[in-house]
Design a protein around this ligand. Structure first.
Ligand SMILES: CC(C)(COP(=O)(O)OP(=O)(O)OC[C@H]1O[C@@H](n2cnc3c(N)ncnc32)[C@H](O)[C@@H]1OP(=O)(O)O)[C@@H](O)C(=O)NCCC(=O)NCCS
Length: 147
């Protein structure tokens, strides 16, 4: 069944947090951080549902002219079935509708799944921040023109 997306709501946060905690490579946000995204006028927080179950989510900030992608994750048992790409395409289309010109993000240098996802969607590597993460891993900076 094709997944669907909608704006996140407070009732979604338990399922969102369960996914966030299930991967070592997410931003590691707390409930308070997700709650603040629900309130933040810059934030676009989208969830994906499959067969009535919350199976993924993505958050970006609209900071014209940029869409800053902050978090994207799928449930581990929904991985590698196209859901991450579907969510990414949904938020990129949303960003285009908002008139944003560029999508930007940073990703752990060792996060092969995310790097491959972003490359497949057309993102290019534009920089690197050495030892950016608290555990010493580098961040790779990527962007994609939206025009
Ligand atoms: C990154 C993530 C969202 C990808 O979601 P997904 O639903 O598994 O990805 P898709 O099935 O849509 O895959 C799209 C493409 O991404 C790449 N990809 C996804 N998972 C991969 C993996 N484990 N290894 C290598 N490439 C992978 C492939 O290029 C894939 O295309 P293909 O299946 O045609 O080869 C998912 O792995 C995830 O939630 N990771 C944990 C959270 C995270 O690290 N988020 C990124 C923070 S910047």
């Amino acid at each position: 069944m094709k997944p669907s997306t909608r704006a996140a709501q407070r009732d979604d946060l338990e399922a969102v947090l369960a996914i966030e905690k299930s991967w070592p490579t997410t931003a590691g946000w707390t409930r308070a951080q997700f709650e603040s995204e629900l309130e933040n006028p810059r934030s676009r927080f989208v969830v994906a549902e499959e067969e009535g179950r919350l199976a993924g989510y993505a958050v970006f900030w609209s900071v014209p002219p940029e869409a800053q992608i902050l978090d994207i994750a799928v449930a581990p048992d929904s991985a590698r079935r196209g859901l991450g790409r579907f969510l990414l395409d949904v938020i990129l289309a949303h960003a285009r509708r908002l008139g944003l010109k560029k999508a930007t993000l940073e990703v752990r240098a060792g996060n092969e799944a995310a790097l491959a996802l972003y490359r497949a969607a057309g993102f290019s590597v534009v920089g690197r921040r050495p030892r950016f993460y608290p555990d010493g891993e580098d961040a790779v900076l990527m962007d994609l023109g939206l025009s």
